[in-house]
Design a protein around this ligand. Sequence first.
Ligand code: APR
Ligand code: ZN
Length: 357
Amino acid sequence: MRALVVRGVGERPRVEEVVLPAPGSDEVRVAVRAAGVCHSDLSMVNGTLAAPYPLVLGHEAAGVAVEVGADVTRVRPGDHVVLNWAPPCRRCWFCGHGEPWLCERGGAPAAARGATAAGEPLHVTLGLGALAQEVVVPQAAVIPVPAELPFEAAALLGCAVLTGVGAVRRTARVAAGESVVVIGLGGVGLAVVGAARAAGADPVLAVDVSPAKAELALAAGATEFLLSGDSLSRAVRERTGGRGADHAVECVGRGGTIRAAWRAARRGGTVTVVGMGAKDDVVPLGALEIFHSARTLRASVYGSSDPDRDVPELARSVLDGSLDLAPLITDRTGLDGATAALDRMARGEGARTVVVP
Ligand code: APR
Ligand code: ZN
């Protein structure tokens, strides 16, 4: 089968012929029908996130289970599934504590799962490697969804949407009438915008460095678009009774934008960091400022969500029309177009590209 492989930091990902192992007793072979290109993929290409190479990219996908091991009970061949990049073990302290998104075993950055190219072992992103025609994954990493759910919507539920919607509903717990500022309007940020609006937030201020994101933000439900820059916290205060936003949500993954989100939140407000930044990128926060601002700073890992519970719920919302993912998808391509999609993402163009491999 064919898959998108990157062979080192900064190298150009290419489609390669890849051989997958047959599924083990607890594993499922999935034919991928749609896969989103996420900024975390780009971060594993440009070195922002550490990853071993050669690496099969991709972790946001949906498809059809085509072969299941003897002990698999969650799905049968023919079932439609969303892939979960952090399947919880259900046994560790965090899982037992109701925080499966922090599972000690979930979300290994790039496991070796037996995939090879010309006999050479490959790592697969987050145990999936989903920018590929097929994956072989543990049954815990597949979540059955209704066959009526379009594959491209299902794919986005696996990362951008679960993350963005979860950040609003579960991490920040945005309530009706609260003000929200969202910094960074890719697939994740636009999902945050839509969920904030759906929660009744007002205003929903959407912020990006790229003016081309204005139209996408308004389509996703923002009440106003603001350009990122030095005067952001003033612009936000002007629109929030002089105080700053009740919630600021960072969806870029940089120290500078985390700092901007911090400054855009009101005294006592919440700052939710969704973006995954680099290890050496430091955010300066004054000791007195932390005390005086009385803000709460939280990170949202996988939307503080339990994918087994929340992906099916989101699937129902898509099917009943209450969750519209159309504004998040700006491009569609085959596997050969996935590298160009990463280029567009690096330039800050568009939102999600869905790859049909
Ligand atoms: N200020 C505001 N917006 C910015 C800035 C900035 N300084 N720098 C970049 N951006 C914008 C880009 O223009 C782009 O619209 O942030 C957006 C990021 O979108 P994508 O690249 O599409 O990223 P996405 O897949 O949405 O992921 C966002 O969440 O899961 C993490 O690793 C992921 O850190 C990444 C973040
Ligand atoms: Zn992702």
